[in-house]
Ligand binder design. Structure first.
Ligand code: PMP
Length: 383
């Protein structure tokens, strides 16, 4: 299927790079191929991509300055770095929300095996963490609290400002948020709205940038041990020749991430949900009662198999997701839905529709048409 004919409704998995992103990467490879950390980089212009990426990120996130950003291969690496840093503090308690992405829950499990006390912060049936539970789980021994900013499956926005205030008032723990799904979809201001957030992970391919580049915001004054040792690039925090083309792409994507395109996306999402519920009264849209990022709908259909439906839609050129299967080979319904108390069988009938600012009305119409046609012609799976 060519790029033009694909109806891509899986934008929480990744997004199509903006044309400007592709163009700036191409230009970087042609013109700025010199080593970005060589002493001659200011003369060759090879220092520009990282400077521009840092400055665009500082603007997008309302950070103090570009120096707060260290670039990594993406959010998975950034999240692993945060746990690596916490591990240096020796023993202690680590709190993570019950709905973290595998790139947080995976390292957390590894730390639990190494003797750290890792506890989940429970979530409501609406997919939002319980702040009172967070407060009661905090102790003086707590070294790290990690709560994602917006959930990749439901889209539920988490109370990061309140949670970080509670953590800072009651402990000396580091506060980390995995903001991978929030960037470009939610206004973020690290100095005014989130002053108690120490660390924030992000990934460019979730906001129309290239894959394999992302970073970690580190609040000035927060000391992190380096994650990758070597040639001392990026102030010695993350060695290795910087990925200049990807940084040029990241800079372009960050500069183009305004909130206006999202008003359209949200209208499209709301239209889709309205028409879907008219046709399928029994469908459940998760976290609909909560504040959500404007592009996401996570829907469960009783008596339907999510994996089958996703495969059927893909065969028709409409790309969606079950939401839970982004890790290779993952089977079974979403752990996050189960943490929200959703019935196992209902959770099995789940598909995620995630739009982007590039999504079009006709794409939603094609999806609705396919779903309603299916209703006329129930699959063998239905009882
Ligand atoms: N965190 C969240 C919430 C995500 O949705 C994803 C991507 N599925 C990641 C982390 C991993 O990001 P990356 O692909 O940059 O490693």
């Amino acid at each position: 299927v060519s790029r033009g004919s694909l109806i891509y409704l899986d934008n929480n998995a990744t997004t199509r790079p903006f044309d400007e992103v592709i163009e700036s990467m191409r230009r970087c490879m042609e013109d700025h191929y010199a080593n970005p950390s060589a002493e001659t980089s200011a003369f060759t212009g090879a220092d520009r991509p990282s400077i521009e990426a840092a400055s665009a990120m500082a603007t997008l996130l309302g950070a103090e300055d570009g120096e707060c950003f260290t670039f990594t291969s993406g959010a998975t690496e950034s999240n692993n770095w945060v746990f690596h840093a916490a591990g240096m503090r020796g023993a202690g308690r680590i709190l993570i929300s019950a709905i973290e992405h595998a790139s947080v829950s995976g390292p957390a499990e590894a730390f639990a095996q190494r003797g750290f006390q890792v506890l989940p912060i429970p979530v409501s049936s609406f997919g939002v963490i319980d702040l009172e539970a967070l407060e009661s789980l905090l102790t003086e021994e707590t070294i790290l609290v990690s709560i994602l900013a917006a959930h990749n499956e439901t889209g539920a926005v988490q109370p990061v400002a309140e949670a970080s205030q509670i953590v800072k008032a009651r402990s000396a723990a580091l506060f980390h948020t995995d903001a991978t799904q929030a960037l470009g979809k939610l206004p973020i201001n690290l100095t005014e709205a989130w002053p108690e957030v120490d660390l924030l992970s992000f990934s460019a391919h979730k906001f129309h940038g290239p894959k394999g580049i992302g970073g970690l915001y580190i609040r000035p004054g927060v000391q992190l041990p380096p994650f990758i040792l070597g040639g001392g690039q990026q102030l010695g925090l993350r060695s290795g020749t910087m990925n200049s083309p990807a940084l040029a792409g990241l800079a372009a994507a960050a500069r183009l991430s305004d909130n206006e395109g999202l008003v359209r996306t949200e209208k499209l999402r709301d239209r889709f949900e309205r028409e879907l519920l008219e046709a399928f009264q029994e469908a459940v849209i998760h976290a609909k009662q909560s504040l959500r990022i404007p592009n996401t709908s996570l829907i469960s259909f009783p008596d339907l198999d999510g994996e089958e439906l996703v495969a059927e839609l893909a065969a028709a050129g409409i790309i969606t997701s079950t939401g839970s299967a982004c890790s290779a080979g993952a089977v079974g319904p979403s752990a996050s839905l189960l943490a929200m108390g959703v019935d196992y069988t209902l959770a099995e009938g789940t598909i995620r529709i995630s739009l982007s600012r590039l999504s079009q009305e006709f794409e939603i119409e094609a999806l609705l048409k396919h779903l309603t046609a299916k209703r006329m012609r129930p699959s063998a799976h239905q009882s």
